[in-house]
Design a binder for this molecule. Sequence first.
Ligand code: SF4
Ligand code: SF4
Length: 309
Amino acid sequence: MAPLPKPQASTVRAIYAAYEAAAESWDSLGISVGEANAECDRQLWYSFRWASPLEKHHGRQLRLFETGNIEEDRLVDDLRRIGVDVYGQQDRIRLVGSHVRGKCDGKVTGLPEAPKTEHLLEFKSSNEKGMKEIIKHGCQKAKPLHFGQCQLGMHAFGLSRCLYLVSCKNDDTLYAERITYDAEFTLRLLARLDRIINTPEPPSRVSDNPDIPPCLFCKHRSACHDGAWPRVTCRSCIHSTPETCGDAHWSCARWAKPLSFDEQKVACEAHLFIPSLVPGEQVDVNEESETITYRLRNGETWVDGEGKS
Ligand code: SF4
Ligand code: SF4
C-alpha cells in the first residue's frame, strides 16, 4: 500500500483559506491581451461569451499571483537602480472596439542597449524549465502568448520596441529580450480577434481530442467536448451582439437596447441559447412563441424559451 499523504498543517490551510475568502471572481469584459494569441479560436470565443463557470483559484495559486505582483515591483526597482526611467505602469490597452483589453507593465527610456528609444515593458516570471525554453528559443517561439501580448501593447501605444524581462522563480536568473514590433503579425492577429469577436457561432475546434494539449488544459474543455451547458448570460443568448464602436459595448436585438455589464451577467426571461452552445441538435424553431426545440444528446426533447415568459 502506498504511504498515506501527510495532512496539511492547519496554519497553511488557514492561510490558503484566507486568500480564497478574500478573492473575487469576475467576468472579463473582453479578450485579455495576455490570452489573445492563444492557438484556439474557439477557446477565445468561449471566454468572450462567458461559456464556462467562473474559475475559482486555490489559495496557493492566489498567493502565487501575488508573488508575481511583488516581483514586478522588484523588477521596476532593479531597472531604476541602473538609471532606467520607468513610467506608464498600468496604462490601458484597448483594441477592437475595446473588446480586446489589458494593462501594460510600463514604458521605459534609458535602457543601456538603446537609451533614446522608448520601449514598452512586459514583465514575466517563470519556473526553471520555462526559463530554459525562453533562453534557448526566445519569446516568440517559447511563449507565444507573451509575444502576442507584447505586440498588441506596442501596437496600442505606437511603440516599435518592447523590453521583455523575465525572472526565474527558482534561482533569480534574469532574461531580457528587446522585441521588435511586427506589423504584419499584429495586424493579422487583430483581424483574427475581430473575426472571433464578431462571429455569432463558436469557431471550429483546434483539436477533436480532449485528452491531449491544448484541450487537456483548456478551461472550456467541458463545454467544448463534454456537452456541459453554458452559463445563462446575455453573452450566450442568440439576441446579443458585441458592438464594434464604443468601449466594449453590447446590445440586445430582442429589446432593441444597449446592455450594461451587470445586465449581461444576469440575462433576462427572453434568453435563448445560441443553438450551437446547446448539447444537442436543433429540430424546430417557433418564431411566434420564441422557442427553439432540440433533441438532446441523451435523446430527450427540450424546448428553449418554453415557460420563460
Ligand atoms: S477544448 Fe480544445 S478545441 Fe475546445 S476550446 Fe479548448 S482548446 Fe479549443
Ligand atoms: S434577450 Fe435577454 S438575455 Fe438575451 S441578450 Fe437580450 S437582455 Fe440578454
